[in-house]
Design a protein around this ligand. Structure first.
Ligand code: PMP
Length: 460
């Protein structure tokens, strides 16, 4: 029993207090209140969550794509406890460091692609992406090309919720609400199912990468600083790149000399069956954003892995870099991240995703392709999207993208499975420790939920 369960409030009382005082992220506050408030999650173990009513839920999303080693890991609690007793906080400004921050930097460089020898720590993925913006612009100024300011991202890309991160991202609803900063541009993502259906996938991959070249020419190559993208676009609809895409993106970045930022916040730390999505897709980024799976969500921590090209310039020519966060290299978060990386390594979790449970999960999910409302199943390792469609033969999508996805998500929640709906794509990103039995349970539930959704829209 935790200190808070001792309050002895009913679920209803918790909900009322929450509705009265707590503004949730990405939430319609009024609608949530009118629906009776939030579900109260009280405990978790392995890939399962329990709510305050005692209902068990299989977490097909690993929290928010982050609990890679699963819930209930005593080693991580122990690492946090010991570090809090020894040194709960000290900063890394002003010529000081702490052992966990230093050791985590060393360890990350060991895991990172060759030529990435430095880390800048942040408290989250958004903060890390703000750091990218600062670093990229500083780099070009120091290289004598200060007019290179524009960073190109992708429509429906997600890089975080701060004003700079939402500008890197391509979520138009966020731009409309908060104002897109100047100096950011976006291209369409390589969404074969929606933008290239009927076209050879390899040819489409080259064509989609070409949109970057078009945009560079439109802006003027001398003004473009960098391109940022997720190896697999996650929150924007689980967009899996054709196999020709990344090589062509890489070629274009090289040709125009622009920096390539891989946002590994979702794909990093085993999700795609290798340590980073950049290994899976053979991307050679100059900067990599990391967060989420770095600590399996047990502590808030993010960072940027900085390649030699940028690091050397900042170090050799830069003088003081006026940037940093109170919690950059937080000792407790760093100690937990180290313990988390040790679990991933000691238990061979990343290899298992690549060679065993990942292929099993992908194979079982593809069995759902025969369902009348499933248009496509895509993904790799333990990340997947199931795109729902109204008429397969005619390749006709549902009107009001997102409506059927939300219906399906709600059925899923009610049937004990957390699955996310992004427009009409159902997204899965379970903890990396799931067994074949867990996968079978997931697939069984998904089929039931797809049936319920198809019935609602008159397709079953
Ligand atoms: N980048 C990507 C690819 C993400 O998916 C997210 C969060 N979902 C972020 C950045 C932002 O991370 P945070 O929420 O930790 O700021």
């Amino acid at each position: 029993m935790t200190a808070l369960t001792a309050f002895n409030r009913t679920t209803e009382q918790w909900k009322q207090i929450d509705t009265a005082h707590h503004m949730h992220p990405f939430t319609d506050f009024k609608a949530l209140a009118s629906e009776g408030g939030s579900r109260l999650i009280v405990k978790a173990d392995g890939p399962y969550l329990w709510d305050s009513e005692g209902e068990q839920i299989l977490d097909g999303m690993a929290g928010l794509w982050c609990v890679n080693v699963g819930y209930g890991r005593k080693e991580l609690a122990e690492a946090a406890y010991q570090q809090m007793m020894e040194l709960p906080y000290y900063n890394t400004f002003f010529k000081t460091t702490t052992m966990p921050a230093t050791e985590l930097a060393r360890k990350l460089v060991e895991l990172a692609p060759p030529g990435m020898n430095h880390v800048f720590f942040a408290g989250s993925g958004s903060e890390a992406n703000d750091t990218n913006v600062r670093m990229v612009r500083r780099y070009w100024t120091l290289e004598g090309q200060p007019e290179r300011q524009v960073i190109i991202g992708r429509k429906n890309g997600y890089h975080g919720s701060t004003v700079a991160a939402l500008s890197l991202g391509g979520m138009s609803a966020m731009h409309t609400q908060s104002g897109l900063l100047p100096g950011f541009a976006h291209i369409d993502p390589p969404h074969h199912f929606q933008l290239g259906w009927g076209e050879d996938e390899d040819a489409f991959g080259i064509r989609a990468a070409g949109w970057l070249e078009d945009k560079i020419k439109e802006i003027g190559p001398e003004k473009v600083a960098a391109f940022i993208a997720e190896p697999i676009q996650g929150a924007g609809g689980l967009i899996y790149p054709p196999r020709t895409y990344w090589a062509e993106i890489q070629r274009i970045c090289n040709e125009y000399g622009i920096l390539l930022i891989a946002d590994e916040v979702i794909c990093g730390f085993g999700r795609t069956g290798t340590w980073f999505g950049s290994f899976t897709f053979d991307i050679k980024p100059d900067l990599m954003t990391i967060a989420k799976g770095l600590s399996s969500g047990y502590q808030p921590i993010g960072g940027v892995l900085v390649g030699d090209r940028v690091a050397n310039t900042l170090i050799e020519k830069g003088g003081e870099f006026y940037h940093g966060y109170t919690y950059s290299g937080h000792p407790v978060a760093s100690a937990v991240a180290l313990a988390n990386l040790k679990i991933l390594e000691d238990e061979g979790i990343v290899d298992r995703v690549g060679s065993d449970i990942g292929p099993y999960f992908q194979g079982r999910l593809r069995e759902l392709s025969d369902h009348p409302i499933v248009g496509e199943v895509r993904g790799i390792g333990l990340i997947a999207g199931i795109e729902l469609i109204k008429d397969k033969a005619k390749h006709e999508f549902f009107p009001n993208a997102g409506k059927v996805g939300t219906l399906c998500r709600d059925h899923s929640f009610r049937n004990g499975l957390i699955m996310r709906g992004v427009y009409d794509t159902m997204v899965l990103s379970p903890p990396l420790i799931v067994t074949r039995d867990h996968v079978d349970e997931m697939v069984g539930k998904i089929r039931r939920v797809l049936d319920l959704t198809a019935k609602d829209v008159g397709l079953l």
